[in-house]
Design a protein around this ligand. Structure first.
Ligand code: SAH
Length: 345
């Protein structure tokens, strides 16, 4: 694919980007996806423990390879949004349109954060942190007529996201590259909307992650983080119960996740950076139908044969899907949204 190999200048980007999958980033991570120290109340204790624990590149490489391998099959069966759908609690979803529910997840997140629909105030520059194959970016770029830049660790995802943007006539509005959310390739204060849809759970250093989100937000800009958290700990609890931690560890191992934190840990981090209008929501009930639907799709002939062809990491991911359901049902896993605003200067 000669056309995919040359560098192009891109109007919405700082310099150039590659249509072909660029080389893997050389960044390193302070913790490993393979080590799971028990949860402590203090996030800094978490981070120290994580930093002390072993191999720095394992997690990043695992994430990149996992998404390199599994994004094609996901797109084939579910389309370009690699995140949960949003449903009315208790609704009958047997015949639900799950793709519509994924769009609703985006819309509800924008609504929760109070993003203006008014053309004068709506976001014009957006960053999609952990962009997958760019479903959110293209949707937001169209909705707001905004420019959107996405970053992912997966070269395959970045290449596919750019190809879809080109095919949909959005190449002058959106673009994607391989980069680390913990060291974003953007100057300070660039974006009116900082969007992280189900990528925070992959971040081994939550304080640094939040700091980077805040750094790239423009004054007055909004930050939206939709992410998997563990439940908040009770006042007398130092950590999750051993059985809870064991359940999360099995999920971490299959999905390349480091240690989890709670929704209130995120709130504290944003508070510590003096963010305003901090709001957190628990949407666990709203996403309940999602994993059963994914499991059903994996059990169709198309799903099953694609899965077998996709590779070991994807199969391993599929095998732990019931544990996500168990985690939600037992109250260990929370599907959280946290939104806030950077003070205007
Ligand atoms: N937000 C997308 C994709 C969610 S999947 C969507 O809703 O469709 C999680 C994404 O987070 C993947 O694209 C993965 O590459 C990305 N990710 C995980 N850790 C990352 C990191 N440190 N830096 C950048 N992207 C990361």
């Amino acid at each position: 694919m000669a056309a995919a190999l040359h560098l192009q200048t891109h109007p919405c980007f700082h310099g150039t980007y590659q249509l072909s999958p660029p080389p893997r980033p050389s960044v390193s991570f302070p913790s490993s996806s393979r080590s799971f120290p028990s949860n402590r109340r203090s996030l800094s204790a978490h981070v120290k423990a994580a930093a002390a624990s072993s191999s720095t590149t394992t997690l990043q490489e695992g994430i990149a390879e996992f998404y390199d391998e599994s994004s094609g099959i996901w797109e084939d069966i579910w389309g370009d949004h690699m995140h949960h759908g949003y449903y009315d609690p208790g609704s009958d979803v047997s015949g639900s349109d799950h793709r519509a529910a994924q769009i609703r997840m985006i819309e509800e997140s924008l609504r929760f954060a109070g993003i203006s629909e008014d053309p004068a105030n709506r976001p014009k520059r957006i960053v999609d942190v952990g962009c997958g194959i760019g479903g959110s970016s293209r949707y937001l770029a169209r909705k707001y007529g905004a420019k959107c830049q996405g970053i992912t660790l997966s070269p395959v995802q970045a290449g596919r996201a750019n190809a879809l943007a080109n095919a949909q006539g959005l190449a002058d509005q959106v673009c994607f590259e391989v980069a680390d959310a913990l060291n974003q390739p953007f100057p300070d204060e660039q974006f009116d909307l900082v969007w992280s849809m189900e990528s925070g759970e992959h971040m081994p250093d939550k304080p640094k992650f939040v700091k980077e989100l805040v750094r790239v937000a423009a004054p007055g800009g909004t930050i939206i983080v939709v992410t998997w958290c563990h439940r908040d700990l009770g006042p007398s609890e130092e950590s999750l119960q051993p059985w809870e931690q064991k359940l999360l560890n099995r999920i971490c191992d299959a999905y390349y996740l480091p240690e989890w934190c709670s929704t209130s840990d995120y709130v504290k981090l944003f508070q510590s950076l003096s963010l305003q209008d901090i709001k957190a929501g628990d949407w666990t009930e709203n996403v309940a139908p999602f994993w059963p639907a994914v499991i059903r799709s994996a059990l169709t002939w198309k799903g099953f044969t694609s899965l077998l062809r996709s590779g070991l990491k994807t199969i391993k991911g599929a095998l732990v899907m019931p544990l996500m359901i168990e985690g939600f049902q037992k109250g260990v896993i929370k599907f959280a949204i946290i939104a806030c605003r950077k003070p205007a200067e």
